[in-house]
Write a protein that binds this ligand. Structure first.
Ligand SMILES: NC(=O)c1ccc[n+]([C@@H]2O[C@H](COP(=O)([O-])OP(=O)(O)OC[C@H]3O[C@@H](n4cnc5c(N)ncnc54)[C@H](O)[C@@H]3O)[C@@H](O)[C@H]2O)c1
Ligand SMILES: [Zn+2]
Ligand SMILES: [Zn+2]
Length: 371
């Protein structure tokens, strides 16, 4: 039986979001209905609202969520009713070329629910909703593919572990999975928002040293230090490339930069800083998302060749939710990964526009909606 629940929808490009009633169908084959407990407000939700992702309005926003499985489709065995889960936006298919060759994190055919949730009221009642990243969790309940539900320790704080569903996983994974950072290796992270700070926390967890935080905002640098940065560089005041090289050379004799540089802004100039701040044979990890018009100007090909190493990009931290979410929740429960530090405030379902406004002030890592 279809249920009606409260949810946050972006109906029209650029207009403020609205709290409305939506229809959530019973789960069909391969699907699950999840009672949402928490959902972080991510920059990507704002991008959807502004029409920056695509034009498939109306959107059901929210995608960094935890919840409890309320119902599953007849054939679902991977999760059961009552499981506490973190939702993921890359439920792998197991059948595409990437999956068959064992690179599940690159799956090109990830699953979402097949049925659609719809608007329940107003002149456009019945209109199908586009859930953000196939999730749509600014809602009391949401319909997802069962593979989007990753069971984790039920005693963990929902608002904290739900953040593994997007930005925190993207950052930690950029450092650990994509960058391969470990003890005895140096790292610099350019851009210390939620994603960059998570990369710093991940690098600290892996035992990297030095862990160099770079940003143009002093408040972000202070937070980065709390989360494990050993050095901070205010790139509005100095040349960050020279400074990263200097710090790494002080720690490791002969080092000419960092072993791994994570770019967590998504701009050509910061990517270029990352490129030149690496040590020889070092790795650049692009986790910031550029816009289609951006280009890297004046990069001599001989510099690409002559410096060796690897130029990588990182989607969702190259994570496998089934492997990484329970492991990171365990480290959180042990007190080794401070996910609580990412939760700046807990807010209500009516406060999402205010949370969008706060994103630009630099004081908030994450506002988390409690449902
Ligand atoms: N690859 C993925 O899977 C994935 C997932 C989530 C988010 N992202 C992307 O990661 C990026 C960061 O996301 P976020 O939520 O941390 O954003 P954010 O806005 O919270 O943080 C961006 C940070 O970059 C800093 N910054 C801006 N210009 C800078 C410059 N020139 N030099 C140094 N620092 C600068 C800002 O002060 C801010 O601290 C975005 O592009 C986002 O779209 C990628
Ligand atoms: Zn696949
Ligand atoms: Zn996100």
């Amino acid at each position: 039986m279809t249920q009606q629940v409260k949810a946050v929808v972006a109906r029209v490009k650029g207009a403020p979001v609205e709290v409305v009633t939506i229809n959530v169908p019973d789960p069909g084959p391969g699907e699950a209905v999840v009672k949402v407990l928490s959902c972080g407000v991510c920059h990507t939700d704002l991008h959807y609202r502004e029409g920056g992702i695509n034009d498939e309005f109306p959107f059901l926003l929210g995608h960094e969520a935890s919840g409890v499985v309320e119902a599953v489709g007849a054939d679902v065995t991977s999760v059961a009713v009552g499981d506490f889960v973190v939702l993921n936006w890359r439920a792998v298919c197991g059948e595409c070329r990437a999956c068959r060759r064992g690179d599940l994190q690159y799956c090109f055919n990830t699953h979402n629910a097949k049925q659609r949730m719809t608007l329940a009221e107003g002149p456009d009642a019945g209109t199908e909703l586009s859930p953000a990243l196939g999730i749509g969790a600014f809602a009391e309940k949401t319909l997802v593919a069962a593979g989007q539900c990753t069971k984790v320790d039920a005693s963990a704080r929902p608002a904290a572990v739900g953040l593994l569903g997007c930005g925190v996983m993207a950052g930690i994974g950029a450092a650990i999975n994509t960058g391969g950072i470990t003890r005895g290796r140096s790292i610099a992270v350019i851009g210390c928002g939620g994603v960059g700070v998570a990369a710093i926390a991940g690098a600290a967890l892996a035992g990297a040293s030095p862990v160099i935080a770079v940003d143009i905002d002093a408040k972000k640098l202070a937070k980065a230090r709390e989360m494990g940065a050993t050095h901070t560089v205010d790139s509005s005041q100095c040349d960050p490339v020279a400074e990263i090289k200097r710090i790494c050379g002080e720690v490791y004799e002969g080092a000419e930069g960092a072993d791994v540089v994570v770019e967590a802004v998504g701009r050509p100039e910061t990517w270029k800083q990352a490129f030149y701040a690496r040590d020889l044979a070092g790795t650049v990890v692009l986790v910031g998302v550029p816009t289609p018009d951006m280009k890297v100007p004046d990069l001599p090909l001989i510099d690409v060749f002559g410096r060796g190493g690897a130029l990588k990009s990182s989607w969702y931290g190259d994570c496998l939710p089934s492997r990484d979410f329970p492991m990171l929740v365990d480290l959180y429960q042990q007190g080794r990964l401070d996910l609580d530090a990412f939760v700046t405030e807990e807010i209500g379902i009516d406060d999402i526009e205010a949370a969008f406004a706060k994103m630009h002030h630099g004081d908030v890592l994450r506002s988390v909606v409690i449902l």
